[in-house]
Design a protein around this ligand. Structure first.
Ligand SMILES: Cc1cc2nc3c(=O)[nH]c(=O)nc-3n(C[C@H](O)[C@H](O)[C@H](O)COP(=O)(O)OP(=O)(O)OC[C@H]3O[C@@H](n4cnc5c(N)ncnc54)[C@H](O)[C@@H]3O)c2cc1C
Length: 291
């Protein structure tokens, strides 16, 4: 017989207990903000199912500055991520992504953990977190924790490395020096009301005036976020100026062609990507000026 149960753990220990039930039954779903789950439920015509509600677990809503990294609870909402001074200072691409996601109502509910666990190819905080070298911490029904790179966590569209008895507990962002800047932008029907059709995050580490390391991560041009090796290599040792920008615009278009060669959307994406590169490039220039 199917029963519709509602589990509302208020700490990680009771979450582990609830995960034991989830391991044994296929009708138990983890729900955080519910913004993706409510659509999934409707599409699947789910009637009888049980829920593990994460919203009562306070430790999953914390943002903590540690010695070497920043720890963000999987239950942190986009609104709280956007407002966090710690994240704004150290992980700007993430706060940009959180701030532009959906509407105010969506941002008040939607969590970073939910965005990652849902694993849409357009998930904004995934692209941003990928460029920031994030790792994710998972917990199983025994309460055991495991940390893996975000890149290894996302396997493809809607697919993650989560086992049946695991939940995503927190995300870690390595702390970086003062000469590192990042930014994010996206193309949607309307910038902050829509799911991204294309998104981009850039992270740059400078040594004096020159680029020491640059990372470019694209979302929505593949089944998971794509890092552009060609663009990174092209920036190495260069000045961050208009000449470099115009070269990156061309490389960005090539990256789109390479990623989605046969798709109709490549025609507009190869143009749109130039706008994104330009936006984030300028944003990083502004941050460097301390504005
Ligand atoms: C109108 C609208 C606009 C949107 N705009 C955007 C946008 O601009 N950009 C964007 O990226 N997304 C957007 N989304 C998608 C969605 O809001 C985000 O993906 C959101 O972050 C999901 O978080 P949630 O807490 O609501 O997840 P939920 O809906 O609660 O869960 C999503 C999935 O993740 C699983 N899950 C959630 N938390 C955990 C956890 N801690 N451990 C394990 N599994 C977990 C659930 O089981 C479920 O499968 C939009 C959605 C809507 C409806």
């Amino acid at each position: 017989m199917i029963s519709s149960d509602f589990y509302a753990p208020n700490n990680l220990k009771s979450l582990a207990e609830a995960l034991k039930v989830k391991r044994e039954r296929h009708d138990v779903y983890i729900v955080a903000g519910g913004t993706d789950f409510s659509i999934f439920r409707k599409k699947q015509h789910l009637m009888d199912f049980s829920v593990i509600d994460l919203t009562q677990i306070e430790e999953m809503k914390e943002i903590t500055l540690k010695e070497d990294f920043i720890e963000v609870g999987a239950g942190v909402t986009m609104t709280n991520a956007e407002k966090s001074p710690i994240l704004k200072r150290h992980t700007r691409a993430l706060t940009d992504a959180a701030g532009w996601m959906g509407s105010t109502q969506i941002r008040n509910r939607a969590t970073i953990g939910g965005n990652m666990a849902n694993a849409a190819q357009c998930a904004d905080t995934v692209t941003a977190s990928c460029v920031l070298n994030a790792t994710v911490v998972l917990m199983n029904a025994h309460g055991q924790l495991k940390e893996i790179p975000l890149e290894a966590f996302i396997l493809g569209i809607g697919e993650t490395a989560l086992e049946a008895d695991e939940a995503l507990i927190r995300i870690r962002y390595p702390l970086v020096g003062r000469n590192v800047y990042s930014g994010f932008s996206k193309v949607g029907s309307r910038k902050n009301m829509s799911i991204s059709k294309l998104n981009l995050a850039i992270r740059v580490e400078f040594s004096d005036q020159h680029v020491e390391n640059a990372t470019f991560c694209f979302g929505s041009i593949g089944s998971k976020s794509i890092l552009s090796k060609a663009m990174s290599e092209h920036c190495s040792g260069r000045l961050w100026n208009e000449t470099l920008l115009s070269e990156l615009l061309e490389l960005g278009s090539l990256q789109v062609d390479e990623a989605i060669p046969g798709r109709d959307s490549r025609h507009y994406k190869r143009v749109a990507v130039k706008g994104l590169i330009s936006d984030v490039f300028q944003e990083i220039s502004v941050q460097r000026m301390g504005l």
